[in-house]
Design a protein around this ligand. Structure first.
Ligand SMILES: [Zn+2]
Length: 77
């Protein structure tokens, strides 16, 4: 059993990235629609990848690629 099975009536799915969140509170924090058509979860993972690249840590950046892909970030499909 996972968190989505406990209270399935509260699950919210982001129309941008497709991720499920267990309730509206978590959804509103993580998936605000941005002016460029992305959501805040997508922007956050891109910002983290850019941060690690600026630090010269390509290995850490690449560790985030699966998360970017799971959030349907265009550049990582
Ligand atoms: Zn989203």
């Amino acid at each position: 059993m996972n968190q989505f099975e406990l209270f399935p009536e509260t699950v919210r799915t982001c129309p941008v990235c497709g991720r499920n969140e267990p309730n509206d509170y978590v959804f509103q924090i993580n998936h605000r629609l941005l002016e460029d058509g992305t959501c805040t979860a997508q922007r956050a993972v891109l910002a983290h990848i850019a941060y690690y690249r600026r630090q010269g840590d390509e290995e850490k950046a690449q560790e985030l690629f699966p998360r970017a892909k799971s959030l349907n970030v265009k550049e990582y499909q």
